[in-house]
Design a protein around this ligand. Structure first.
Ligand code: AGP
Length: 611
């Protein structure tokens, strides 16, 4: 969950490390540090509690000129966020420096044996155990790369690490297992990082490390081996990402930029994937697997957080248009539940980052049991994209804001494309196919219409800044949207919120309703509209403060609710893409009006690479 970065070459590395850490800050932002070997060949580090900006302030004034360095921004797992627990961690002599993203699960066992060997520990972290283990091994082996390799063969858990030692000023040793790590290839310099965002300002040539791989990186060479010492030939890949795509583009926050980008991100998700005449979609990444998918006995969708909500919408779509039974599973539960899987099953892994460890672990378990694995992923080249049998990229563009927005709408639109592809091979008629395509193409413009309501939604938000709780209610396809609306508000405004199927309310949650409880209803004019209106009446009768997301030509609802946001209509299966936009904006404005940093909400990180 942390962000790591490293540099070795002819330039002064400090500016590159700081810029890289700023680009990785969405991965964790409770403390930060850099490690370097200065011009007198002395290893040293500067660490702070707080953001990368605080680290930059701590560095300024130190005329640091270094050709090799590592940097880290932290999301605490072991040990509170403070200066001592910040990375890099070092050995007693402060000659060996290491940064780590992941969890060393057997650290306490190793720590006990190191304590017996007289090692002392300054921090509460699992990472410092690895530093001392490498130090102990180095004293025996006298070779940094081999010392790291031997030490890694003793640890259990996940890691993306970068290691340097003042006796080896021309070497960076990096290794990966479970946590992402990419190497950037430069001219007479090389870079390492948790993801390409930190590198693309300097190079577009990268090498992705796989699990249990490590590399010796010098300024003009990269040697890759497994941790069992086998040489590996790695392919250098080209990254097609621009700096402007990962910049705020004049917006206050990445979250607002990404909400406003949705007409374009949806167009990108659809581009080249619609065969209008045939009323069918085309997904190149599934070539060779479509028959097997269409003949699946069962489809299981597994994911976490917002991606899990998109999966729930996918369940409704696939069952309605493909007539294949679908189950939606939390990845963290699925992998430990001894899932019943067979080669007739297809398992879809939805992930924006493609690095969520719970989903990755569920993927490994699924592959072990022979089911077909499909990845619906946004981050190009990410682990889930590389490890699934086939898949579809969202093409939503980089998503930096921790609260997922455009990735959700692109996940749902890609699930609609997948549904159409399979459905047209099963029960969906050509006419229905043509209509779905017509509606899919209309979505970007309809989203543009909804984004014009931003000011109205901001005004509504002003009335709820002091709320302590919120309820979100929806039926059918809009139940997952209610869950997503509640999650958005929770994660960026810290207001407790719950999403429920509207009908479920009277089986308990209605007890929460009083004049202080804001209730958001998803009430489009569809086949269950009247049922939703009854639920609205039930809440109104108990004094709840009512907000409704309704259809643009619905005037009846105005008399029933305190605030109504009118949006264009589309097919029921596609309404979640439109209905979620006002909820994204509502949570954004409430959080901003509370003076909160919506891009880096407390305790969260964009890519959850620990269990
Ligand atoms: C959503 O806003 C959160 N950032 C979080 O719930 C996220 O959806 C979850 O961690 C899954 O991430 P993924 O899509 O990258 O796998």
């Amino acid at each position: 969950m942390c962000g790591i970065v490293g540099y070795i070459g002819a330039q002064n590395c400090i500016p590159m490390l700081i810029n890289g850490l700023k680009r990785l800050e969405y991965r964790g932002y409770d403390s930060a540090g850099v490690g370097f070997i200065n011009s007198n060949n002395e290893a040293n580090n500067i660490k702070v509690k707080g953001k990368v900006a605080d680290l930059e302030a701590a560095i300024n004034g130190n005329e640091l000129e270094c050709r090799i360095g590592i940097g880290h921004t932290r999301w605490a797992t072991h040990g509170i966020p403070n200066q001592i627990n910040a990375h890099p961690h070092s050995n007693k002599e402060n000659t060996l420096l290491l940064i780590h993203n992941g969890i060393i699960e057997n650290y306490s066992v190793i720590k006990q044996s190191l304590l017996k060997d007289g090692y002392e520990f300054k921090s509460e972290t699992d990472t410092e155990v690895l530093v001392n283990l490498i130090d102990k091994t180095l004293k025996k082996k006298g070779d940094l790369f081999q010392a790291v390799r031997f030490a890694l063969n003793e640890v259990e858990g996940t890691y993306g690490i970068a290691v340097m030692h003042q006796d080896y000023p021309d070497q960076l040793v990096v290794a990966k297992n479970g946590s992402p790590l990419v190497i950037g290839i430069g001219e007479n310099e090389n870079f390492v990082a948790s993801d390409v965002n930190a590198l693309i300002a300097y190079t577009s040539k990268v090498i992705y490390l796989e699990d249990h791989e490590m590399a010796l990186v010098t300024k003009d060479r990269v040697k890759v081996k497994t941790i069992s010492d086998e040489k590996i030939k790695k392919e250098i890949q080209e990254v097609k990402l621009t700096l402007s795509e990962i910049s705020k583009g004049g917006y206050d926050y990445f979250m607002l930029k990404e909400i406003m980008e949705q007409p374009e991100s949806l167009r990108n998700s659809l581009r080249g994937r619609l065969l209008e005449k045939e009323g069918i979609s085309k997904l190149g990444g599934l070539t060779g697997y479509i028959d097997r998918i269409a003949l699946s006995k069962r489809i299981i969708i597994t994911a976490c957080g917002t991606s899990w909500h998109a999966g729930l919408v996918g369940e409704y779509m696939i069952e309605q248009y493909c007539n294949i039974p679908v189950e939606v599973e939390y990845a963290s539960e699925f992998r430990y539940r001894n899932p019943i899987l067979s080669p007739d099953d297809t398992v879809i892994f939805i992930s924006q980052s493609g690095e969520t460890l719970d989903s990755l672990a569920a993927l490994k378990e699924t592959k072990r049991r022979g089911a077909l694995t499909i990845g619906l992923v946004n981050a190009v080249g990410s682990s889930i994209a590389r490890e699934t049998d086939c898949g579809v990229y969202l093409h939503a563009g980089p998503e930096i804001g921790v609260a997922s927005t455009k990735a959700f709408t692109s996940q749902v639109i890609v699930l609609a494309l997948l549904t159409l592809l399979i459905g047209r091979r099963r029960i969906t008629s050509p006419q229905d196919g043509v209509q779905i395509i017509k509606e899919l193409k209309s979505l970007p413009e309809k989203v543009e219409e909804i984004l014009k309501l931003n000011n109205q939604i901001e005004k509504i938000a002003e009335n709820f800044v002091d709320a302590d709780n919120f309820l979100y209610l929806g039926r059918g396809y809009n139940f997952p949207v209610a869950l997503e609306g509640a999650l958005k508000l929770k994660e960026i405004s810290y207001i407790h919120a719950e999403g429920y199927p509207a009908a479920e309310m009277k089986h308990g949650p209605i007890a929460l309703i009083d004049e202080n409880m804001p209730v958001v209803f998803l009430a489009p004019s569809d086949s269950v509209y009247d049922k939703v209106i009854s639920n609205i009446e039930e809440v109104k009768a108990r004094g709840g403060r009512l907000i409704a997301i309704a259809s643009e030509n619905d005037h009846k609802i105005d008399g029933l609710v305190d605030y109504s946001i009118k949006i264009p209509n589309t097919l029921r299966m596609l309404m979640p893409i439109l209905n979620v936009i006002p909820l994204q904006l509502l949570s954004y404005h409430i959080a901003v009006k509370k003076g909160l940093n919506v891009d880096q909400p407390r305790n969260l990180a964009k890519s959850v690479t620990v269990e």
